[in-house]
Design a protein around this ligand. Structure first.
Ligand SMILES: [Fe+2]
Length: 483
């Protein structure tokens, strides 16, 4: 230790750099296992009296404000909030100038119990008929307790619409969660694709379960009130707690977090699809039936046929449990969904499948295992240009901590893996190119911990690329060269 302290600062820096470089080791044909270890906050929830959970001032003031896309194409939002003392109004006033609330929409109010906890009054209001690419201001609540926020609608559905998504999973409510949220908010993300496991309230018992849903709603409001979070459900949303007399799966989640499932002809809010800018986003439920002939299977079969890559070139799937995961945590848990859906993902040339659940980061190469059956002997995933990239971003920073043990050796399909907290961004440039970053919780900046240029799976095909070359490709490459 003393020897290190005596080193010249330059030499010390060189030594540390070499160590980080050498610690990214390759195994055979596989990718990189980063052994980077960053000091982290303890994996405990932020105390209840912390300011991130502060209740807004005023009698019955709206709290836990969050918005999500309200239709198929991005011309509507669902605005949700909670009033703690009495139902109050479910009206949203909105308009395109600050304090100029020309329009209004009427929502609904509901509440529920969980063990002996009684929720506040939960409001959901659909605001539709909006213009694309427009900033709207909105006001909820009444009198001195009313609160004002704003959001921007996405550009119209167009294959070359530029748009930046954030990707966050397994967030929870620790100081690590707060770092992730703050770092994401420093990015240029315009909407969040959330990969399940929201509050981790189910780690508590009795009335604290409901209370920790409330604190989480207040914690994320700094982002969720201003831009849509596209929700998917994880195992921590199930809350099957017979010892409390609570046996209705997803009760708190479904009461609090609305999704526009009817707009995509889904029969259940746990699986649905939206189109936003140049992306078609499909949300699946890992914890709902999905085998052949189930409602989710039938819906996905139809929804994939509705995808029009000429209008929305980017096809993105969200689920909670990863299909390809080489971490010891939750290893093989996605295998059953892989068996059912992987051939569709390859056939329809899905660009990326994002998952959470495993509290680490991992990215795959384009691989598939669709030739395998129990008699073929082809048990190994193989490189497949038509296959999606599988990315696990379950590293939001919840109280369960990191999943630090990867399987050794790193399998051939795994391109990059690291056990650290963070979030991702996907910047869609046009129909052919997107930029992807995984941003470790270092400083919120776009450090190239894991970054690459993503070529669209549909428009990247040779004959389509030739068709586009004259107009688009050269321009795209000029833009991308700066990264
Ligand atoms: Fe999970």
């Amino acid at each position: 230790m003393a020897a290190v302290i005596r080193m010249h600062p330059m030499l010390l820096q060189l030594t540390l750099t070499s160590f980080v470089f050498l610690s990214c080791l390759r195994n055979g044909n596989a990718g990189i296992t980063s052994t980077f270890i960053r000091s982290e906050y303890p994996s405990v929830d932020i105390p209840l009296d912390n300011k991130v959970f502060a209740v807004p001032k005023g009698h019955n003031a709206p709290q836990q404000v969050h918005i999500t896309q309200g239709d198929y194409d991005g011309k509507a939002v669902i605005i949700s909030w909670v009033t703690p003392d009495e139902p109050g109004t479910s009206k949203v006033q909105y308009g395109t100038s600050e304090n100029g609330y020309k329009f209004s929409a009427e929502g609904i109010v509901t509440n529920y119990t969980f063990y002996k906890y009684k929720s506040g009054y939960i409001h959901h209001c659909l605001v539709d008929g909006l213009e694309h690419d427009t900033k709207y201001y909105y006001k909820i609540g009444s009198g001195d307790s009313s609160r004002e926020f704003w959001f921007t609608t996405p550009p119209k559905i167009d294959p070359n619409s530029r748009y930046t998504f954030g990707i966050i999973g397994d967030l929870g409510q620790t100081f690590n969660s707060l770092s992730t949220l703050e770092h994401y908010m420093q990015s240029k993300g315009q909407a969040v694709l959330f990969l399940g496991d929201l509050s981790y309230a189910d780690r508590y018992q009795y009335n604290e379960v409901g209370l920790r849903w409330d604190t989480w709603g207040r914690f994320v409001e700094q982002s969720t009130a201003y831009q849509p979070w596209i929700w998917s459900a994880g195992n921590h949303e199930i809350e099957f707690m017979p010892y409390l007399g609570e046996v209705t799966p997803f009760k708190s989640y479904l009461q609090r977090y609305a999704t526009p499932y009817l707009a995509s002809k889904s029969s259940n809010p746990l699986w649905y699809a939206i189109r936003r800018a140049s992306a078609h986003i499909i949300v699946l439920s890992s914890y709902s039936p999905f085998v052949k002939y189930t409602p989710q299977w039938r819906w996905l079969e139809e929804e994939l046929k509705r995808v029009d890559r000429e209008k929305t070139p980017w096809l993105i799937v969200l689920m909670h449990v990863p299909i390809y995961n080489s971490n010891d945590a939750h290893y093989m848990e996605g295998e059953s969904m892989r068996v059912v859906f992987e051939s569709w993902f390859v056939h329809y040339k899905v660009d990326i499948i994002f998952a959470g659940h495993v509290h680490a980061y991992e990215r795959s190469y384009r691989i598939s295992n669709i030739h395998y059956n129990i008699t073929s002997g082809d048990q190994n995933p193989i490189p497949d240009k038509s296959a999606p990239v599988y990315i696990t971003v379950g590293d939001g920073g919840n109280q369960e901590g990191l999943a630090g043990r990867f399987r050794d050796p790193q399998p051939d399909y795994s391109a990059f893996r690291e056990a650290a907290y963070g979030h991702s961004t996907l910047e869609v440039i046009n129909r052919t190119h997107a930029l992807y970053h995984w941003n470790r919780n270092d400083d919120g900046k776009k450090i190239a911990t894991d970054a690459f240029v993503l070529h669209n799976q549909y428009w990247g095909m040779n004959h389509r690329r030739r068709k586009l070359k004259k107009h688009y490709v050269r321009k795209s490459l000029e833009q991308i060269a700066i990264y």
